[in-house]
Ligand binder design. Structure first.
Ligand SMILES: [Zn+2]
Length: 220
């Protein structure tokens, strides 16, 4: 048995890797570059994480996805910092069919090279606003692979019932090197501290009394 992980370098994908690496024999991490502002930082963090956990790493470029994505994750427009957690802010950072596309690309690798599981970092908080972070989606996409592939890889989302705060707790239990993660949507500094992703991470670290990581990642 062997598995693939979708690796963005952010908290969720890194903890999903740490939690399933041994049990599911993860051998390959795939990172996607679709022209998102944080692409260079995500690739660098993912490379370091893959090295740390001794898995092979591949970066796949999807230039066309940038062209059809209008949201602020890739465009010149400012990232939302208000009304976070609402439908409006979710739409501002939505990339068309992102997880559906990424999982399908991973399924081609799985079908070609005999990987049995594809693991990704869907979580409970994002499942509230993003339909591709839900159990319903995970089940359906697994079902599709039963027909669209010969090897029939299963999709796993080990953190799907975990909140951001729960995920930080799991990270601490597993000794995940949180200093290596990259969760910010922006391109400029390592962690801007004000985008939706940064705020969720910072709150979750606070709830787990991780002042040392807040200082490393956010500078204060
Ligand atoms: Zn940020």
């Amino acid at each position: 048995m062997k598995s693939i992980i979708l690796l963005s370098g952010g908290l969720d994908s890194v903890v999903a890797l740490a939690a399933t690496k041994e049990k599911y024999n993860i051998q390959l991490g795939i990172t996607f570059d679709y022209g998102q502002k944080s692409a260079a930082k995500e690739i660098k963090a993912s490379e370091e994480i893959a090295k740390y956990y001794s898995v092979s790493h591949k970066v796949i470029k999807l230039d066309w996805l940038k062209e059809i994505t209008k949201t602020s994750l890739v465009s010149e427009s400012e990232l939302p910092t208000d009304n976070l957690g609402t439908k409006e802010s979710a739409e501002q950072v939505w990339v068309p069919n992102r997880n559906g596309l990424f999982l399908n690309i991973a399924a081609s690798f799985a079908d070609a090279d005999g990987y049995d599981y594809i693991i990704y970092g869907a979580n409970k908080d994002e499942g509230k606003t993003f339909p591709d972070n839900t159990e319903e989606f995970r089940e359906k996409v697994t079902k599709v692979f039963e027909s669209s592939t010969l090897h029939k890889p299963k999709v796993l989302a080990p953190l799907i019932n975990y909140s951001k705060s729960d995920i930080v707790r799991v990270a601490l239990d597993l000794g995940v090197p949180l200093e290596l993660i990259q969760s910010c949507y922006d391109s400029k500094v390592k962690h801007c501290g004000v985008c939706e992703s940064c705020r969720h991470l910072k709150n979750a670290l606070k709830e787990n009394h991780c002042e040392q990581y807040i200082e490393i990642l956010f500078g204060k």
